[in-house]
Design a protein around this ligand. Structure first.
Ligand code: C2E
Ligand code: MG
Ligand code: MG
Ligand code: MG
Length: 280
């Protein structure tokens, strides 16, 4: 009897596994066709320089315009795209689409692109970036690549070479979600960063004990190392005032603007007076 029960159990377990695998395969197939059918879109969220309240960059954030499910957020499909390696092709598309869009903006406005650790595997990222710059015709210094610490931990030697190759193209490197994960200060010495992007959880928790000490330490760390510092996730005037007081050189968040489709980016976004009006 116990044996029979065990068999049933094993059977339903493997049935569950099958279903999971099937779901994954289906999702993988639809991700593949999404790329072929041009179902990915980029939305753009502004980054501002607080002392002038001008937009200095837009961050490209991918969404999947799914025929049935509507607009699917990146966290719902990027992990599978990374597991299956599809992120390489998707990432190449993002680079080209983001640089193409930046052509429509004034020269001083950069475009920031998120790049996953998987895109560093194989060493072809600098070539992909060079291709996107060439096809779009934008200068290398208008592109900012946002990476997370996971890039530095895996195959860190190879990543280092690629980061140097990217910088040789004029491209800037930002360390995204800084302060979470397995931050090691030695990364800051070993890798050629231009910017620290503080994770938004620190801004969210500003009213908690010691949060202010951390925020202010990240700002001065950036300053001492000669790096730009971005505070992301700014939703309120109080949060803005606090990070500006601490010396962050750039701010980003719903307070200034949510990610918007490229068609909604207008000339007024690049005029100082209008950006300041958004502040009130
Ligand atoms: P991230 O690069 O750290 O991007 C910031 C995320 O925070 C975005 O979510 C943005 O919409 C959201 N956000 C911005 N301001 C605020 C705010 O004031 N309050 C709150 N609550 N949230 C805010 P999104 O667009 O869902 O992207 C999530 C993550 O997906 C990104 O985090 C990035 O890691 C990844 N991602 C997005 N686009 C790409 C891409 O093209 N390639 C890769 N590899 N990853 C991407
Ligand atoms: Mg980012
Ligand atoms: Mg971030
Ligand atoms: Mg993130």
């Amino acid at each position: 009897r116990a044996k029979a029960e065990g068999r049933d159990c094993a059977r339903s377990f493997s049935k569950g596994m099958d279903q999971k695998l099937l779901q994954r395969r289906t999702m993988e197939a639809s991700l593949r066709s999404a790329l072929a059918n041009n179902e990915f879109v980029l939305h753009f969220q502004p980054l501002l320089t607080p002392d002038t309240s001008e937009i200095c960059a837009f961050e490209a954030l991918i969404r999947w315009q799914h025929p049935e499910r509507g607009l699917v957020p990146p966290l719902d499909f990027i992990p599978l795209a990374e597991e299956t390696g599809l992120i390489r092709n998707i990432g190449d598309w993002v680079l080209i689409a983001a640089c193409q869009e930046a052509r429509n903006w004034p020269d001083h406005v950069r475009v920031a692109v998120n790049v996953s650790a998987v895109q560093f595997q194989g060493g072809t990222l600098p070539a992909s970036v060079a291709k996107a710059l060439e096809e779009s015709g934008i200068a290398g210094d208008r592109l900012e690549i946002e990476i997370t610490e996971s890039v530095l931990m895996r195959e860190s030697l190879d990543a280092l070479d690629q980061l140097h190759a990217l910088r040789a193209l004029g491209v800037r490197i930002a360390l995204d979600d800084f302060g979470t994960g397995y931050s090691s200060l030695s990364y800051l010495q070993r890798f050629p960063f231009d910017k620290l992007k503080m994770d938004r959880t620190f801004v969210q928790n500003l009213n908690q004990t010691d949060a202010m000490a951390i925020v202010s330490t990240i700002a001065s760390l950036g300053k001492c190392l000669g790096l730009a510092t971005t505070a992301e996730g700014i939703e309120t005037k109080q949060q803005l005032q606090c990070v500006v007081e601490q010396g962050f050189t750039e701010v980003q968040g719903f307070y200034y603007g949510r990610p918007i489709p490229p068609g909604e980016i207008q000339a007024t976004h690049f005029k100082k007076s209008n950006v300041m009006a958004m502040e009130q």
